[in-house]
Structures are given as structure tokens and as C-alpha cells.
Design a protein around this ligand. Structure first.
Ligand code: NDP
Ligand code: MG
Length: 389
């Protein structure tokens, strides 16, 4: 029986992971699940999967659930895991959204034989620290973001130096063929044409900030030079990545717009009898009309940020994630306009007190978390001030 943990089990990736496991329930033991606030859904998950350990990070919700479910171990955080879980589990899905996923991800590595990471913010801000933990604990790592899973699945027999070019595809989000008006509402911006995802990543897909993050994520995971990356718009999201090798081969990876494909592959990888989900037939209609396009930088100005990304790991990556996290929150709470997400990121990353972090290497978790708080506060204050003017 495979023991598993899901960080962020009430989110889009977390729920899909549990749906895959439900199909083969007798072969899994769910050891730990987590939520921030959604105690109603996690209560259902506890019952369905007979889970004994749960983390609820929101203080109020933690107190409520602790009183309600006396027989279950309810914890407020991911600290002291050795006291919470005996031995190691076989598989962990890291699917908390935002930089808040970094600490749990680092903490859980020692308790799992394999970790699949969907939480791209933790890879972007803390890859060096994650890598160190992976090595120390001999934990196997699989990227789950669809582009990264695709690249990962085709480069196994190659060295990084064999790669000439990597193209990531972007759907272009809900506004690809629409005017970006000044009165766009959060509900319009989260309506992704191809994927059903959490709110934060849906907004990042609409601004195309998601692709900036994915290039940083890929650069770190695969240790490939930034100059080798490119982005192409591909509205159907059928192709996830194109990798050109120096031997002339080009590998193009396609799959349906269904995150269960990378997730289930990360769960069942290496097994003889693979219980993969049933996927659709090859979609010839889409394959005949892949329709790759260059990005319209005027419409999606965040693309300019690519020029600002540093070659080496630096704290600037955290600055970028934190500014964006805060601006997306402000937009979702109707405090700023959709177009202001892009314009304010550009403004803020060019301020000397923030751009200086390009020259600083991340040292430890506390430093990254402190910087995140500082940058989010500054972003909030500066956005409010510039609004008042
Ligand atoms: P969701 O917003 O749907 O879910 C996020 C999960 O994290 C929920 O369980 C949520 O709990 C929990 N959470 C949120 N904030 C905190 C916090 N401060 N502390 C602890 N837990 C918290 O996100 P997604 O599932 O869409 O995305 C998860 C990650 O995977 C993101 O980093 C995203 O970029 C990445 N990803 C997602 C894809 C997708 O298709 N969805 C594709 C590729 C990558 P609660 O329910 O209480 O809010
Ligand atoms: Mg992706």
C-alpha cells in the first residue's frame, strides 16, 4: 500500500490528486492532508480517505476543526513532522498556492521518498534550499507544472548541454483575442479558456506572468541558460513544450489540457502495471491547427520582465513573486485594475531598493520569508499611495 501526503488538498491540484487516488483507493493510504481555510471540504476528504492527520493553517478554522473532530490529529502547521508522522511516506504532492508553500515543501521532503511539486512559487524562490533537502534525504523530485513535466519526461537521456532551445507554450489566457478593457472584473480574468485552476494562477495566465514564472522555474529545475528559452502562444494548449537538441532532434510534447496526466504520471512512475487515467484519442484536428504565434508585447507587457531576470539564483526572484502575489490579491479584492498588475510590477521591480536584490543570493528560508513580507507590504503601500494621487 502506497502512503501519500497532499499539501493543499482542497485546491485544484490537490482535489485532482485525490480523484486519481480514489479510483484505486485500496492501494493507497492517505497519511496527511492540508488546507488553509476550507474545513468543510477537508472534513469530507478525511471521511472518504479515512485520514488521521490534517494541517489547517488558518488560526480560526484550526480551532473550529479541532473542537469538531476530536479523534483526528489536527495541526496548525508543518513543523516537527517527526512527531506527527512515523517514518517516510512514498509520495507527496506539494500543491499549496503561492510562496506560503515553500516552508511546508522544505519541511516535508525529509518525510517522503518522492515529491511531486506543483507549487511553482516555492521552486522559483527556494530551489537552492529544496535541492539541498532533496539531496540530503535522497528524495526523488518530479515537476508537475505541465510544461515542466513534459520537458522532464523527454530529457532524461540527455545532458543539459545537449539542449539547444526550449520553447514553452502559453495559451494567451482569456484576453488573447479580446481587448483588455479598463473595467475587467476578477471573474472575467479567472475564466481560463482551457484549464480550470485556482484563482491566483488563473490571473497569472491572463497577464502572462505565469510564463515568466515558468521560465524561471524551468531554468532552475533543468539548469539551462535563460537565453535558450522562448515562449510561443498556442491557444489550444495541446502542446506543452518543444525541446530542440543539438543532435537535430526536436521533441514536441502534447497531451490533453488535463492536469491529471502529469499528476498521475508522477504517482505511478516506474510501476509495471500503470494505472494511468484514461486519456482521449490523439486530437488530429488540433494537431493540424497548432497555430503558434509570437507574443504581442504591447498587449502583454509583463513579457518585458524576461530581460530583468538574473542568470544566477538571486533574491530578485522572490521580489518578483511577492510583488505579483500582492498585486493579484489587490486585483481580486477590486483594489486595483487588471492592467495595473502589469504596469505596477514593472514600476516596482525597477525601484533601486528592490532591484538591488538581483545581487543577493538566497541563504535561508527565514530570509526569503522576511523579504516576501517586506515586499508585499511595500507593494501594498505604494499601490494605495499611487491610487490616491
Ligand atoms: P488553489 O488556489 O486551487 O489551491 C491552493 C491550496 O493551497 C488550497 O488547498 C488552499 O487552501 C491552500 N493554501 C492557500 N493558501 C495557503 C496558505 N497560506 N497556507 C497553507 N495553505 C494554503 O491552487 P491550485 O491548485 O490551482 O495551484 C496550486 C499550485 O500549483 C500553485 O502554485 C500553482 O501555480 C501550481 N499549478 C497549478 C496548476 C493548476 O492547473 N491548477 C497547473 C500548474 C501549476 P484553501 O482551500 O483553504 O484556500
Ligand atoms: Mg504550466
Amino acid at each position: 500500500m502506497k502512503k501519500i501526503i497532499i499539501l493543499g488538498s482542497t485546491g485544484s491540484i490537490g482535489k485532482q490528486t485525490l480523484e486519481i487516488i480514489k479510483k484505486n483507493k485500496k492501494n493507497f493510504k492517505v497519511v496527511l492532508l492540508s488546507t488553509d481555510k476550507n474545513i468543510n471540504l477537508i472534513t469530507k476528504q478525511i471521511k472518504t480517505f479515512k485520514v488521521k492527520n490534517v494541517v489547517v493553517t488558518n488560526n480560526k478554522k484550526f480551532e473550529i476543526l479541532k473542537k469538531k473532530l476530536k479523534k483526528i490529529n489536527i495541526f496548525p502547521d508543518f513543523e516537527n513532522l517527526d512527531n506527527k508522522i512515523k517514518g517516510k511516506v512514498d509520495y507527496t504532492m506539494s500543491a499549496i498556492s503561492g510562496i506560503e508553500g515553500l516552508r511546508p515543501t522544505i519541511n516535508i521532503i525529509k518525510k517522503t521518498k518522492r515529491i511531486a511539486i506543483a507549487n511553482k512559487e516555492s521552486i522559483i524562490c527556494g530551489w537552492g534550499l529544496i535541492q539541498k533537502e532533496l539531496k540530503k534525504n535522497k528524495t526523488e523530485f518530479i515537476p508537475v507544472d505541465s510544461e515542466h513535466f513534459s520537458i522532464w519526461s523527454v530529457i532524461n537521456d540527455f545532458n543539459t548541454s545537449d539542449i539547444e532551445r526550449i520553447i514553452l507554450t502559453a495559451s494567451g489566457g482569456p484576453f488573447l483575442n479580446k481587448k483588455i478593457r479598463s473595467n475587467i472584473l476578477p471573474n472575467d480574468a479567472i475564466k481560463h479558456p482551457n484549464w480550470v485552476m485556482g484563482k491566483k494562477i488563473s490571473i497569472d495566465s491572463a497577464t502572462l506572468m505565469n510564463k515568466i514564472f515558468e521560465i524561471i522555474e524551468a531554468k532552475k529545475i533543468f539548469n539551462v541558460d535563460l537565453k535558450k528559452f522562448d515562449i510561443l502562444i498556442h491557444p489550444k494548449s495541446y502542446i506543452h513544450a518543444i525541446v530542440k537538441f543539438k543532435n537535430g532532434l526536436i521533441k514536441i510534447i502534447a497531451h490533453d489540457t488535463n492536469m491529471k496526466i502529469p499528476i498521475s504520471n508522477s504517482i505511478y512512475l516506474g510501476e509495471k502495471k500503470q494505472n494511468f487515467i484514461k486519456s482521449k484519442k490523439i486530437d488530429l484536428n488540433t494537431l493540424n491547427y497548432l497555430n503558434f504565434q509570437k507574443i504581442n508585447v504591447k498587449k502583454f507587457p509583463v513579457i518585458k520582465i524576461l530581460k530583468k531576470i538574473t542568470k544566477k539564483n538571486s533574491l530578485f526572484d522572490t521580489v518578483l513573486v511577492s510583488i505579483n502575489d500582492e498585486l493579484v490579491d489587490l486585483f481580486l479584492n477590486s483594489k486595483i485594475k487588471f492592467s495595473e498588475i502589469s504596469s505596477k510590477i514593472w514600476l516596482l521591480i525597477n525601484l533601486p531598493f528592490l532591484s538591488k536584490f538581483k545581487h543577493q543570493k538566497p541563504k535561508n528560508l527565514a530570509q526569503i520569508e522576511k523579504l516576501n513580507e517586506f515586499v508585499r507590504l511595500k507593494t501594498r503601500t505604494l499601490s494605495v499611495i499611487s491610487k490616491k494621487k
